[in-house]
Design a protein around this ligand. Structure first.
Ligand SMILES: [Zn+2]
Length: 266
């Protein structure tokens, strides 16, 4: 038997190596592939999945409650206190090898659209252009009083440093990050765009999402209903594993670059 070609490959089970080959074949054949990414693609970049229990950073606060629109309205200081370490991680995070491989797929025409549940802009930092952000972004902030928009960076650094709530330069109102909190509707334009991509694709790749949050979890079903193939790359099983053509239950930062090697170099 040949030795594995790379140290990363050595850590991948034989079943997953076969699945990686199958995934590469599907991606090569696809003409309109869409990738749906969730928190799992950013955990290798040091950003914890704040929706999951037991991630440590916020064991004292229940994210569902503190990261909700109602808490933001009634007790914004609680939200900003909770959000501080997460904002710090996001502000300093760099894209990992999974983000970079997906950007490469887009440049080469293998992937048309990335639909993401993440707010960290790591796909864009990796070079992806066509990114639909279903949960908004931390790149901008909006005043809750006068609705003026601001680029986040000049406000984030002092907020991360001091914990002080960022305030509007025009009216001193509270600046809310343009991220979707629990209890908020998805941004309509992004949701429409995501559904259009899902319904028009011939391959959907789910990467780092457990498909637990509706309505986003329903997007792969919309693709399947129109005859698309489905690849699921996630550490834990999802409700759609039974319908997937290829399932890779392993680290996205190891497996997606391995798929890319096969797509680009055979
Ligand atoms: Zn204002």
């Amino acid at each position: 038997m040949n030795e594995p070609a790379s140290p990363a490959l050595a850590s991948i089970s034989l079943a997953n190596r076969a699945a990686i080959e199958d995934a590469a074949v599907l991606i090569r054949k696809a003409e309109r592939a869409v990738v749906l990414t969730g928190a799992g693609i950013s955990t290798p970049s040091g950003i914890p999945d704040f929706r999951s229990e037991g991630t440590g950073l916020w064991s004292r606060e229940e994210p569902l409650e503190v990261a909700s629109l109602s808490t933001f309205r009634t007790a914004p200081e609680r939200f900003f206190h909770w959000f501080q370490p997460l904002a710090n991680r996001i502000f300093r995070a760099q894209p990992n090898s999974a983000h970079l491989a997906l950007a490469e797929f887009e440049r080469s025409g293998h992937v048309k659209t990335i639909v993401t549940q993440n707010i960290d802009s790591l796909h864009q930092k990796a070079g992806s252009k066509n990114v639909v952000e279903l949960h908004g972004t931390l790149r901008t902030l909006s005043c809750i009083e006068c609705f003026e928009h601001f680029t986040a960076d000049p406000f984030l650094e002092p907020y991360i440093e001091t914990g002080n709530i960022p305030k509007c330069l025009s009216c001193n109102g509270i600046l809310k990050p343009d991220v979707i909190l629990f209890g908020e509707q998805l941004p309509q334009a992004a949701w429409y765009e995501a559904q259009r991509a899902a319904r028009g694709c011939d391959l959907m790749v789910v990467a780092g999402s457990s498909l637990e949050v509706l309505p986003v979890a329903g997007l792969p079903m919309q693709a399947l209903d129109r005859g698309a193939h489905l690849i699921i790359i996630n550490n834990t099983p999802t409700y759609l594993n039974v319908r997937a053509d290829v399932i890779i239950m392993d680290d996205v930062a190891i497996t997606i670059p391995e798929i890319a090697k096969r797509v680009f170099h055979g």
